[in-house]
Design a protein around this ligand. Structure first.
Ligand code: AMP
Ligand code: ZN
Length: 120
């Protein structure tokens, strides 16, 4: 999967600002933050999107939530609150096809966005 941007971040071919790493996961600051704290959390295993999560991956996805909890605590937003988001596919605006979750916090977040004006 050497053409995958996040696999390249896992291998170190592309640098990232890491906030957490273990054998199975990596978390790093988003290059275009949408909130004062914006971390991308990924499994090191290449899974293209939520649609490709297999039965063998659900323990991994559960563990990823533990990583989100740890990162939120580490960055000091556990008590003030945060949002964990996955974008899957074109309508959600997924741009990197390696499963990832956005951890957003550090300020009062806006309401969840629904249908964009281009769909109205
Ligand atoms: P999504 O739109 O849900 O696929 O999210 C992909 C995210 O990856 C976006 O928020 C990008 O800003 C972020 N991103 C892309 N390239 C990098 C990079 N080299 N380092 C950190 N974040 C990145
Ligand atoms: Zn990948």
């Amino acid at each position: 999967m050497q053409e995958c941007l996040f696999c390249k971040i896992v291998s170190g071919d592309i640098p990232s600002s890491k906030v957490y790493e273990d054998d199975s996961f990596l978390a790093f600051h988003d290059i275009q933050p949408a909130a004062p704290t914006h971390v991308v959390i990924i499994p090191k295993k290449h899974i293209a999107s939520m649609n490709e999560v297999g039965d063998e991956d659900y323990v991994l996805i559960g563990q990823l939530h533990k990583v989100a909890q740890l990162v939120a605590r580490k960055l000091g937003i556990a008590e003030t609150g945060y949002r964990l988001i996955n974008n899957c596919g074109p309508d959600a605006g997924q741009t990197v096809f390696h499963l990832h979750f956005h951890l957003l916090g550090g300020a009062k977040l806006g309401a969840l966005t629904g249908i964009s004006s281009s769909h109205a």
